[in-house]
Design a protein around this ligand. Structure first.
Ligand code: BES
Ligand code: ZN
Ligand code: MN
Length: 472
């Protein structure tokens, strides 16, 4: 999708170039109308939609425009910026440009990579003509375009089937994507992980023919450890992403529909990878580290088994009660490793539990933190970014659930209740002396009807991570 900026009073030129003008109206439908000789597609925003427009419905409306254009195969659209100004929503010109570009590009995405027949491929909107904007609009659109491009790249990774996305593929891709940016990408292989005692990642990877990898991304635009402008020591923000390239469950094998979409169990890792690259591309002045433990969770003669007891990087032992609770075992090592950076903040992102989905449905990720201010900020930025989050408790009493019988900790709770919380409190046992936010994105792993996104991965929560990087 390309954006073209036309000057003042050039609205007629957009029509001459064959672009269909977009107008927002009340009501449900999307219909073509002739407005003063200009071919116009009217997009319904719902009953009293214009009057009741919220940030949320605005984002969706932007996506709906593209969804309708794709459906009716319109290659070229004309957006007159003043038609999209809702002063009540308080968008700056730049922000409005960013939102329009981002949501348009997110909605224009499809995963057609494996379609070999042209006719089976989707129709895409190619050109957007913008009138009535300013320099600020253009800046916003450039930023939105960059953000959405990387969100879509992460969706490509998430949607790639397991056969083409083993841990080594993920690691190679991370290195390739980092090229050309001031991001240092390095990969710990099995041997390197053994050397430092990353028992959790290794154990989860044991059952697979494909070796586990531990991906490390470092973007350090500021001098490490020195005092910054505010007089405070410059500490990085560390992002941790679960990178299970396929989750069969292991010996506790998943059956039937529980296997659906389990090639997407590296969505947290894909989000972290592209959040770091985006920060570098946008030149954000903040030191950032990305850590992605990647493994394939498979059953085999070499697999981790129930009642195995493994030693994690922290030195603490973990009693495996269920090999399908693999994410937390890998993340435990990554959270320990994060401590090496003396971080200002650690945020982990993981498709961790079906339980988070049971609790919240598919419209919000679950967040957990001990830090009330951080929780409030995450909720606010969730609202701002469109990557909605909702808190669940991280109370110490839940730690009773994951006390080990023979080892230090057990990797599942004693009952089948509250597993999203049990997983979070388990992770908390490996959190060192740094502020920490855990985001269980299992609820948002795949898109849902009505959000005008292609079937498959959503790219959540890259927009939120970016805002956290800039504001937390
Ligand atoms: N990757 C899954 C969680 C998941 C399920 C994500 C569905 C997205 C959609 C995770 O590794 C898992 O299997 N969790 C188990 C934990 C249980 C064995 C304690 C679960 O949620 O069932
Ligand atoms: Zn998993
Ligand atoms: Mn699992």
């Amino acid at each position: 999708m390309k954006f073209h900026f036309l000057g003042k009073n050039e609205e007629k030129n957009a029509a001459r170039k064959g672009a269909v003008r977009i107008a927002l109206t009340e009501g449900k439908s999307a219909i073509f109308r002739d407005r003063d000789g200009v071919r116009t597609l009217e997009i319904g925003t719902g009953e009293d939609g214009l009057k009741k427009m919220t940030r949320r419905t605005f984002f969706l409306t932007m996506r709906k425009i593209i969804a309708e254009a794709k459906k009716t195969e319109i290659p070229s659209l004309h957006i007159h910026m003043p038609d999209f100004a809702f002063p009540r929503l308080g968008f700056t010109e730049k922000e409005l440009g960013e939102i329009i570009a981002r949501e348009f590009i997110l909605s224009n995405y499809e995963f057609d990579f494996y379609k070999t027949v042209d006719a089976d491929r989707h129709f895409f909107v190619k050109d957007i003509f913008i009138t009535g904007g300013s320099r600020k609009t253009e800046e916003g659109i450039a930023r939105g375009l960059m953000i959405a491009t990387h969100i879509n790249k992460s969706r490509d990774l998430v949607n790639t089937p397991g056969c083409d996305m083993a841990p080594a593929h993920f690691a190679e891709n991370a290195i390739a994507e980092s090229k050309g940016f001031p991001v240092k990408a390095s990969v710990l292989d099995k041997q390197a992980m053994r050397k430092i005692g990353m028992g959790g990642v290794l154990a989860v990877g044991d059952g697979s023919q494909h070796e586990p990898k531990f991906v490390i991304l470092e973007y350090f635009p500021l001098p490490r450890g020195q005092k910054g402008k505010t007089g405070k020591k410059i500490k990085p923000i560390v992002l941790v992403g679960k990178g299970v390239t396929y989750d069969t469950g292991g010996i506790n094998i998943k059956t039937g529909s529980h296997l659906d979409d389990m090639h997407m169990d590296m969505a947290g890792g894909a989000a972290v990878l592209h959040a770091v690259i985006l920060a570098a591309k946008l030149g954000i002045q903040r030191n950032i580290v990305g850590l992605i433990p990647a493994a394939e969770n498979m059953p085999s003669g070499m697999s981790l088994k129930p009642h195995d007891i493994i030693t994690s990087l922290s030195g603490k032992t973990i009693e495996i009660l269920n090999t399908d609770a693999e994410g937390r075992v890998m993340l435990a090592d990554a959270l320990t490793y994060a401590g090496r950076y003396d971080p200002a903040l650690v945020v982990d992102v993981a498709t961790l539990t079906g339980s988070a989905m049971s609790a919240l449905g598919q419209r919000a990720s679950a967040i957990f933190t001990k830090d009330a201010k951080l929780e409030a900020l995450a909720r606010e930025l969730g609202e701002k970014s469109g990557d909605h989050v909702w808190p669940l408790p991280l109370w110490d009493e839940y730690a009773e659930e994951i006390k080990g019988t023979y080892g230090d900790f057990a990797n599942t709770g004693k009952t089948r209740y509250g597993e999203a919380i049990n997983a979070a409190i388990f992770l908390y046992q490996f959190v060192k002396d740094y502020p920490w936010l855990h985001i269980d994105i299992a609820p948002r792993m795949v898109s849902i009807e009505g959000e005008y996104l292609a079937k498959g991965g959503t790219g959540v929560p890259i927009s939120l991570l970016l805002q956290l990087i800039e504001k937390a």
